[in-house]
Design a protein around this ligand. Structure first.
Ligand SMILES: [Zn+2]
Ligand SMILES: [Zn+2]
Length: 174
């Protein structure tokens, strides 16, 4: 959904629309949406500052860093952002924003794309490093077997090199 900032009058408009799984690229987090997301919120224009507050719950599949499997996950997205057009910024206004203590994004175009607002905030809500469970065993570094459901015997064969050196010393001492 595009908001044309030139046509937007001061005041608040409410929005409520659906974003399809294919409309959001989460490949940077090795993830994808599995269901359409309902994005609900409001845009408030106050002179040269446009604020968006909105929320959504995204159901997705995330790749576990440890076992590399795609697992269902849920992320809550809460948007509370201000947008200022680049052309309307000046030193005085930058100072004003600083005094207001407002976190804001500078936009180049006259249009605010709410779908992008959602995507950006979803990515922020998804920290790097996802493990499907606190005790996910991951995969065997030797053979790549998923340790959760297979019991490879690499661990028994390979010994940490640091201990290997010790066992050499031990052999010499014996
Ligand atoms: Zn895992
Ligand atoms: Zn193995």
């Amino acid at each position: 959904m595009l908001i044309d900032l030139r046509k937007l009058e001061d005041g608040t408009i409410e929005f409520d629309f659906e974003i399809g799984p294919d409309e959001v690229d989460l490949s940077a987090r090795f993830s994808k949406l599995t269901e359409p997301v309902k994005f609900v919120g409001r845009v408030r224009k106050d002179g040269w500052i446009t604020k968006v507050s909105a929320e959504a719950t995204a159901r997705l599949e995330r790749k576990c860093d440890r076992c590399l499997a795609l697992k269902p996950a849920e992320e809550s997205v809460a948007v509370d952002s201000a947008y200022v057009k680049y052309s309307s910024l000046g030193e005085e206004r930058e100072n004003e924003l600083e005094i207001l203590g407002l976190e804001y994004s500078v936009i180049e175009s006259d249009e605010l794309n709410l779908k992008d607002v959602f995507s950006e905030n979803l990515l922020i809500a998804m920290p790097d490093g996802f493990s499907c469970a606190a005790d996910c065993l991951g995969i065997c570094p030797e053979c790549g077997a998923k340790l959760e459901d297979s019991d490879c015997d690499c661990e028994k064969k390979s010994v940490d090199p640091r201990w290997a050196a010790l066992s050499e010393i031990k052999k010499e001492l014996d």
